[in-house]
Ligand binder design. Structure first.
Ligand code: SF4
Length: 359
């Protein structure tokens, strides 16, 4: 993933900071998620944030739906190990108060706040607090000037609204923006973000498919849309919405970053689909290896292959691997055979070798 054509758009964006996390300007694409707990329940929210942080989440967003959530929000901000973004809809006073209570950033949809004077009050308070604002746009929060236009496509409405909102923030003297224009369809998500990257090349983009569905469908939709954009150098931070435990969003985000070759947090498992040559319980072994690799933080590739004849060759570029035979397995690393081990000891031997080489 080293070519300039892949990286150029992302490197052109202005860098902003969400707490200690840099977004844009060539910073690593950061992983976000959103708490599903009630923000009023600070303990439950902090417990979920700890789980998210453990999975590799770097920025966390929490809802601030009403004034009753503000005390919990303040407590969460004070104790969270991750920078906390306040998610505000409609009531600009909550956004202003969140700035004063420790938000590392705001997420607002100007189209939901409505009145520009109210949006300006939020902009000014964020400016005073020195925190960035993520400007959100979706089908339900378009700029009124675009929403009713029957001559425009949905993509044009989203891009036009987003461009107009960014222009307003800048005219107000506020440049620390991150932009997200979200849709639940893959082609629309890709088209909108390509257009924004062209029209606003210096604005960092928060990418993801919204309302993507459950774990399986949502993973596929996000992988296609966000994967495509990341491969084109588009996207500075990401949240992959899933109707699932938010920790799963973080796991999928890291798998996606690893798959496109941008960032790797954990080992990547390389395992063959098996065929008639397989003579050991590859599926069981692969599941066991995957389970035991969950605690390993080394960014390595680990192969688990179905046969000793083709396996080591097919996975020669893996950092380390196992290829099974009848009762025995070959342990290999860097394309070289290390030794033959009993099948019963194979996973233990693999994990011990990973510990020695990469621990
Ligand atoms: S590694 Fe062996 S068992 Fe696995 S798919 Fe290739 S030939 Fe078949």
């Amino acid at each position: 993933m080293g070519s300039e054509s892949v990286r150029a758009p992302r490197e052109l964006t202005r860098q902003v900071h969400v707490g200690s996390v840099a977004v844009g300007g060539g910073a690593p694409v950061s992983v976000q998620s959103m708490c599903t707990t009630s923000t009023s329940d600070a303990e439950a929210t902090l417990a979920q944030i700890d789980r998210l942080a453990g999975a590799g989440c770097e920025i966390v967003r929490v809802a601030v739906p009403d004034a009753g959530a503000l005390d919990g929000f303040e407590e969460v901000c004070a104790r969270s190990p991750l920078p906390v973004v306040a998610d505000i809809h409609f009531d600009h006073r909550l956004a202003i108060e969140a700035c004063r209570r420790g938000a590392a950033a705001l997420r607002v949809n100007p189209g939901n706040i409505g009145d520009w004077a109210r949006v300006d009050a939020v902009i000014d308070e964020a400016g005073a607090a020195g925190i960035p604002i993520r400007i959100g746009v979706n089908a339900g929060s378009l700029d009124r000037a675009f929403a009713e236009r029957e001559d425009l496509t949905q993509v044009e409405k989203l891009v036009g609204s987003a461009t107009s909102f960014v222009g307003h923030f800048r005219a107000r003297g506020f440049d620390d923006v991150v932009l997200s224009a979200k849709a639940h369809g893959v082609p629309t998500t890709i088209e909108v973000n390509r257009a924004l990257s062209r029209e606003l090349p210096d604005v960092p983009l928060h990418v993801g498919v919204t309302e993507a569905g459950g774990a399986r469908q949502g993973t596929v939709k996000n992988a296609v849309a966000v994967g495509c954009l990341l491969m084109e150098g588009i996207g500075d931070t990401m949240r992959l919405s899933l109707t699932a435990d938010p920790v799963e969003e973080v796991n999928v985000a890291w798998d996606l970053l690893s798959a496109v070759g941008l960032r790797r947090l954990r080992p990547e498992l390389v395992s063959c689909p098996t065929c008639g040559r397989c003579q050991w319980d590859l599926m069981g072994v692969a599941a066991e290896v995957e389970r035991r690799l969950a605690d390993v933080r080394a960014p390595i590739s680990v192969a688990v292959m179905g046969c000793v004849v083709n396996g080591p060759g097919e996975a020669a570029d893996a950092d380390i691997g196992l290829a099974g035979g009848r009762g025995r397995a070959v342990l290999f690393a860097g394309g070289e055979r290390l030794r033959t081990v009993d099948e019963a000891d194979a996973v233990d031997e693999l994990m011990a070798e990973i510990g020695r080489r990469f621990g």
